[in-house]
Design a protein around this ligand. Structure first.
Ligand SMILES: [Zn+2]
Length: 229
């Protein structure tokens, strides 16, 4: 459900998906709801009339406890560590925000699960190695795409001109929460870059299926002379 909400790949961890979807783990929330139910029940049994103020106070306290429990759980996560480290300091703000929706490509950049060499090789098993197809780096990741890959330098410059020079994951998440304008700038980067990477991947797949479309090799030299095409 959380994965669907963030338009993420099925391989995104439960913790990462719940955090991005702004959804407290259901088991934590269920425990709090049950606790409030029994508190109300006890008060009714002794004949006390409950005020809405009291119920709200319990709910607020329960929500604070929910977040503490959730943060504790995220601290122990061994996967999606980079994303969770970026999200933990702003978790409550992220969950309580009233604007900003995640697109399919924005989620790819935030989670690293998407059209990146490392993901396509190590998780999707669709590539022979983790190399970047847009530069000579032997490891294409979300971080490589964001900070390093020269193919996206103009998109990176546009993003930095809007949100500032720091485009580490914690800074990006912070900026997205600071203003809708920044959110849209990060989203625009993700849309342009990831759609180009996806298009390049489709071309590679089509070339692999159709030998006619593969780039032609230069004919071998015979008797020391090149054969004309
Ligand atoms: Zn690259």
């Amino acid at each position: 459900m959380a994965i669907r909400a963030i338009r993420g790949y099925r391989t995104v961890s439960k913790n990462a998906a719940c955090v991005l979807a702004g959804s407290i783990s259901w088991d934590i929330e269920a425990e709090s709801l049950a606790e409030i139910f029994w508190l109300c029940q006890e008060e009714r049994e002794v004949g006390r009339i409950l005020s809405i103020v009291q119920i709200r106070r319990w709910r607020r306290a329960a929500r604070d406890r929910d977040f503490d429990l959730w943060l504790g759980r995220l601290n122990e996560s061994l996967v999606s560590v980079e994303l969770l480290n970026a999200m933990r300091p702003v978790l409550r703000e992220w969950v309580d925000r009233d604007s900003g929706a995640l697109s399919y490509r924005l989620t790819q950049v935030l989670t690293g699960h998407g059209c990146f060499g490392q993901y396509l090789c190590d998780m999707a098993r669709r590539e022979q190695n983790t190399a970047c197809h847009h530069c000579s780096d032997d490891r294409d990741t979300a971080q490589h795409t964001l900070f390093v890959c020269p193919a996206w330098s103009s998109q990176r410059a546009a993003l930095q001109a809007t949100i500032g020079p720091d485009i580490t994951l914690p800074a990006i998440v912070r900026a997205m929460l600071d203003s809708q304008h920044y959110w849209r700038a990060v989203e625009a980067f993700a849309e342009v870059v990831m759609s180009s990477k996806e298009e390049a991947e489709r071309r590679r797949e089509a070339e692999a299926l159709d030998p006619q479309r593969r780039p032609r090799r230069r004919p071998r030299a015979r008797h020391g002379r090149d054969i004309p095409p």
